[in-house]
Design a protein around this ligand. Structure first.
Ligand code: JFZ
Length: 318
């Protein structure tokens, strides 16, 4: 039964948001640029690229996380204006920081930052209010913080890490009303782990749509028991129309997370053309923004979103 896929197939176009402690670093660490223009990994990878120990990363950035401009209503309204039908935000990226209230770790927005507001709660409530489907990105396998702290202290075992993930998932799937997308990323090779996580999603939110990145790319499609759609690499489209449920994602410049110096903006035309091409290939598009440390979607981003919205208003429904 794939009735839970209907809204997602109709939706076709959503907003991706990369936002977290790395947004404060903006691709830089101790005066050095680690953003993608320099040939490195994207800005949200700074902890890994600059080899920052978990403790130092947390102690430097978490006390600075105070995005007083954050306004869920603004973000959701902008997604609507852009013609988007769903929103997916990084609830926990590879740096391990949780943008939601969790009892599994104190490395989260409520306990480790002065902001103390549950970002996931505010956004999920606002999406429900404005009729946009809401989902979360969750890095289930890569977690530099919890795994690096474990090495330092010699305590947290794989088993304990898996318990953290399990608890996080239970919270995300229980405390935020309807959770429409679970956008897992960069899966490990353990099929048992992935299947258990997928099964838990199905159990607690039977209608949630699960991304194929729950599994490692080495796992053949027919063995991906809980993957609802095939997540294609960034900006990748097949030559002909897809028959299986697929989505690609795209960022508006080089980086996914906020980067202070990245000026490789794609033009409005590039973005609108890609959106049209995705529609023609039957592939959903998740278009990314990387808000700044104060909680603002950048003016360059909102301009492009509005241009896409104008195109959608004419060509979107049918
Ligand atoms: C992953 C993350 O590592 C990255 O930080 C960002 O969140 C992005 C959306 O997803 O990066 C990937 C994952 C898969 C591919 C490329 C980048 N891929 O399949 O080509």
């Amino acid at each position: 039964d794939d009735s839970h896929m209907e809204w997602w197939r109709d939706a076709r176009y959503g907003m991706f948001i990369h936002w977290g402690l790395y947004s404060i670093a903006g691709g830089e660490w101790k005066g050095k640029d680690y953003g993608k223009e320099q040939g490195g990994a994207s800005a949200e990878w700074v902890m890994n690229s600059a080899k920052i120990p978990g403790k130092e990363y947390r102690e430097t950035l978490a006390p600075q996380f105070n995005p007083t401009d954050f306004d869920a209503k603004k973000w959701v309204s902008l997604a609507k204006e852009a013609g988007m039908k769903y929103m997916v935000i990084t609830s926990k990226h590879h740096d391990g920081f949780c943008l939601f209230d969790t009892d599994a770790t104190d490395y989260n927005v409520m306990d480790a930052t002065p902001f103390k507001r549950d970002i996931i709660k505010e956004l999920s409530d606002e999406c429900a209010k404005q009729g946009i489907k809401f989902g979360v990105y969750y890095s289930q396998f890569k977690d530099w913080y919890h795994r690096s702290r474990a090495r330092e202290k010699g305590t947290l075992t794989t088993e304990e890490y898996l318990k953290l993930v399990e608890k996080n998932l239970d919270e995300l799937l229980s405390n935020y009303g309807e959770m429409s997308v679970l956008w897992f990323d960069t899966g490990g090779n353990d099929l048992v782990e992935a299947d258990a996580q997928g099964a838990r999603v199905r159990e607690l939110q039977p209608n949630a749509v699960i991304c194929s990145r729950l599994y490692s790319r080495k796992v053949p499609a027919e063995k991906q028991k809980f993957a609802d759609f095939n997540s294609l690499p960034d900006r990748m489209l097949p030559a002909t129309r897809m028959t299986e449920d697929s989505e690609t994602c795209m960022t508006m410049r080089h980086n996914w997370g906020y980067d202070r110096t990245d000026d490789a903006w794609k033009s409005e035309k590039d973005i609108v053309e890609f959106l049209a091409l995705c529609a023609a290939r039957g592939v959903n598009l998740l278009l990314n923004v990387g808000p700044d440390p104060k909680g603002n979607i950048l003016p360059e981003e909102s301009e492009r979103l509005k241009a896409a919205g104008a195109w959608m208003a004419v060509n979107g429904e049918s």
